[in-house]
Design a binder for this molecule. Structure first.
Ligand code: ADP
Length: 525
């Protein structure tokens, strides 16, 4: 264990070098660490592999008191504590798997000031004895790891996380640091509101992972396609994500029968089997993990060379998180998504069974996922756009759309100008269908009651059907011309939109032509 008194008056840079052995900070680490040390609440959104742990481990060494880290997964905690101990940091973890005697010993150690970094499951922290213990010692920092778990809009909602605000209230002397690898605007707001840190400074790293090759292929025969994909990558390690446990079992069985080294992972397997399979994958004893979304959070395996999506992910956040597990060593990794509208229909029927309040956001999230899959432009534009990050339209060189023959793109500038100005004139608050109604001169109640039939954009879009406008509008969203509120679906103009009014060209895929109103070949009356 390190002699911490040596570092009492050190600056972060020195500790970085002497304890962690790194020469410099990675993007945002220095800023986040400075905020934490100044006891300013912070929300750090940094992609997987960007070095989030350092943001609380380093301050933990410099603070006189304790740093508490809330972590959602037991395996994750063990890993982190092991890594911290290897560096000489006095770290420990408390969760429901710790035997009672050890539990008490750790509590005594915390009380005596022998622990600097305490990892705990949320439900553990919420226990009265633990809260009392924490109140009795000086807690300098409360870190919420995987903070997106606090939000129902996130992809890993954990109800216990919602109650962490109580822990925070009980520890007024502790700075609150929330960290996550993925959070949309909505989730970010939710994290801050749920923790009562609305004024927290937000640190947002770029989400672009340049070494991931992104590809979407039409799903015809997923089994054959997967086998061919694996055949081309015979000695590489990777993950195949399926939507259901059953699909995982079936696929895994077929792969094994074909001689592929594969193991399953899903919530239907008992914990020891899951842990065992995970361990074998991480140690390269097995090449392919066939899994549901249950697999992957906090997995620290740097040489994952591919992620294959056998089924469509529910939303772009999950997709981003899942492909993000590949290529953590910075080397090229391939991400292939098999896309079919059949999968979309399956989700749509799920969504119809949800609570009314959840339907809209779920539908919008799915729509963004579909938009990404159908995108004709660089995949990074819709993907990063989803996280409100713009990506230069230039060729990224690392996605199918940038690397293969371009799809037939047409000039859709006029349609874009019409749509965008209609959004502008209706006050940048309505959703896609209403805008289309106005453009197509609908006499719907909503249009008439808002007097939108009096606007100059009323009825100027008759040349496209409703479906065609939807297809175009999705492309405008992907291209960042429009920003869609993920809660209500309202559209507002993106920065780029103003260039379009000034005449910037917009390229896109023209929807199938509508049957012309006066078709010469059509049946005559
Ligand atoms: P995250 O939690 O963001 O996924 P980690 O905290 O696990 O990422 O860090 C990912 C890897 O980067 C780890 O191997 C870590 O040791 C390394 N790392 C973190 N900070 C630095 C740094 N400043 N310089 C070099 N390597 C770093």
């Amino acid at each position: 264990v390190l002699d911490l008194s040596r570092f009492r008056n050190s600056d972060p840079q020195t500790v970085l070098k002497q304890v962690f052995g790194y020469d410099g900070f990675r993007p945002l680490q220095a800023e986040v660490i400075a905020a934490v040390l100044a006891k300013e609440d912070a929300l750090a959104i940094m992609p997987t592999g960007s070095g989030k742990s350092l943001c609380f481990q380093l301050p933990a060494l410099l603070f006189p008191g304790l740093t508490v880290v809330v972590s959602p997964l037991i395996a994750l905690m063990e890993d982190q504590v092991m890594q911290a101990r290897e560096l000489g940091l006095p770290a420990a973890f408390l969760n429901s798997t710790v035997p009672i005697q050890e539990y008490q010993a750790i509590m005594a150690d915390v009380r005596a000031g022998g622990v600097k970094l305490l990892y705990a499951a949320p439900e553990t922290l919420l226990q009265p004895v633990i809260l009392q213990l924490l109140e009795s010692v000086a807690v300098d920092c409360l870190t919420i790891d995987e903070a997106h778990c606090i939000s129902e809009w996130g992809h890993d909602f954990r109800p216990e996380y919602r109650r962490l605000v109580d822990v925070r209230r009980r520890l007024p002397g502790a700075v609150c640091l929330a960290v996550t690898a993925t959070a949309t605007e909505l989730v970010r707001r939710d994290i801050k509101a749920s923790l009562g840190i609305d004024d927290a400074h937000q640190y947002l790293a770029s989400f672009n992972r340049e070494n991931l090759y992104l590809e979407v292929a039409a799903k015809n025969d997923a089994m054959d396609q997967s086998l061919a994909f694996l055949e081309d990558r015979r000695d590489q390690s990777g993950i195949i994500y399926c939507a259901t446990r059953k699909q995982v079992d079936v696929l895994c069985e077929v792969l094994c029968a074909r001689g592929v080294s594969a193991l399953p992972y899903h919530a239907g397997l008992d914990a020891p089997t899951r842990m065992g399979n995970q361990r074998r994958f991480i140690r390269d004893d097995v090449r392919v993990m066939v899994a549901t979304i249950a697999f992957g959070m906090g997995i620290n395996k740097s040489n994952i060379r591919f992620v294959l999506h056998y089924d469509l992910p529910k939303n772009l956040e999950s997709y981003y998180q899942q492909v993000g597990r590949a290529g953590r060593d910075g080397l090229r990794a391939e991400c292939l998504l098999l896309f079919t509208h059949g999968d979309v229909q399956t989700y749509v029927s799920f969504i119809k069974k949800m609570d009314a309040a959840q339907q809209k956001p779920a539908r919008l999230q799915l729509e963004a996922m579909v938009g990404y899959s159908e995108s004709a432009v660089c995949r990074r534009i819709p993907l990063l756009g989803y996280f409100n990050e713009s990506h230069p339209a230039a060729n990224c060189g690392m996605c199918d759309n940038c690397c293969t023959e371009p799809k037939e793109l047409s000039d859709v500038t006029v349609a874009a100008q019409k749509f965008l100005s209609c959004v502008k004139r209706t006050g940048e608050m309505f959703g896609m269908s209403h805008i289309i109604d106005v453009l197509r001169g609908s006499r719907s109640e909503k249009v008439l009651s808002r007097r939108h039939d009096g606007l100059s954009t009323y009825g100027i879009g008759m040349e496209h059907s409703k479906k065609q406008w939807q297809h175009l509008a999705r492309q405008f969203i992907q291209q960042g011309l429009l920003i869609q509120d993920m809660e209500h679906g309202g559209l507002r103009l993106g920065q780029e939109a103003y260039q379009v009014f000034k005449g910037r060209q917009v390229m896109g895929v023209l929807p199938e032509p509508a049957t012309p109103a006066f078709s010469s070949s059509g049946p005559s009356a």
